[in-house]
Design a protein around this ligand. Structure first.
Ligand SMILES: [Zn+2]
Length: 248
């Protein structure tokens, strides 16, 4: 899993029934919430972004073109700007909310600031988070912009493709291809969780100590030798019981 899970704009106005409801938005909220809850121990940090408009100029329009201008949405402190309730029990896990777009259009979560004024890139770097899993709405706008900014800023990014929803199928497909071409990994949340159940750490922690105490030193050293010799025929991680990361 990645160091951090970034939930992009999972707000009422971007879900069905909202001012700019995206088909599948509610489903994304529910599945992203469940994913965050199930894997809260695997992510060191869970953060969210939110569109948060006070007077964003021509981002709002009475005759929106749905490309650069939009109906009024996510007005600061309005119900439409609130996180979608289906995120539910995952909401308390969100360590910081990065609001963006007070006085201008802001598609990328990296344009947002947390309550303490810090931007997303600095906030993550200060905590040593180098890899990000990204979920949210909309694939072809704010998810796309957030992912491309994350890659430019040097983060390792995976888009959880079953935890995003797009405004239009064709532009969503194009956006995913563009993110992948820019260096993002595309993966479904389930395969992402199964593919990396355990962090690949040196066998020096608790588990290794216990093994040594029991006198069965072979397991740890054998694994190290195998790694040193480059004989990677044993699937790494799967043979050992899950190791706890320091601090958990
Ligand atoms: Zn907006």
């Amino acid at each position: 899993m990645a160091d951090a899970l970034v939930l992009v704009d999972i707000q009422n106005d971007f879900c069905e029934g909202g001012a700019m409801g995206v088909d599948g938005g509610i489903g994304v909220a529910a599945r992203a919430g469940a994913h965050a809850l199930a894997h809260r121990g695997a992510y060191a940090h869970i953060v969210a972004t939110a569109d948060w408009h006070i007077d964003p100029g021509d981002h709002f329009s009475a005759q929106p073109d749905f490309v650069e201008s939009w109906p009024v949405h996510c007005v600061a402190d309005s119900p439409g700007a609130e996180l979608r309730p289906e995120l539910g029990p995952a909401v308390p896990l969100i360590e910081a909310l990065f609001r963006k777009g007070e006085y201008e259009a802001a598609y990328s979560g990296f344009e947002g600031t947390a309550a303490d004024g810090s931007g997303l890139a600095d906030w993550l770097r200060e905590r040593g988070a180098a890899s990000l899993d990204v979920a949210g709405i909309a694939t072809d706008y704010c998810v796309r912009a957030t992912v491309l900014d994350a890659l430019r800023a040097g983060f390792d990014v995976t888009v959880l493709t079953d935890l995003v929803a797009g405004v239009a199928p064709e532009s969503a497909r194009r956006a995913l291809a563009e993110m992948e071409a820019a260096g993002a990994t595309l993966a479904e949340a389930g395969e992402r969780a199964q593919g990396e159940p355990v962090r690949d750490e040196p066998a020096q922690g608790e588990a290794a100590q216990k093994t040594a105490q029991q006198g069965a030193v072979e397991q740890g050293t054998a694994a190290q030798k195998t790694a040193q010799q480059g004989q990677a025929d044993q699937p790494r991680g799967s043979a050992d019981q899950p190791r706890r990361r320091a601090g958990e």
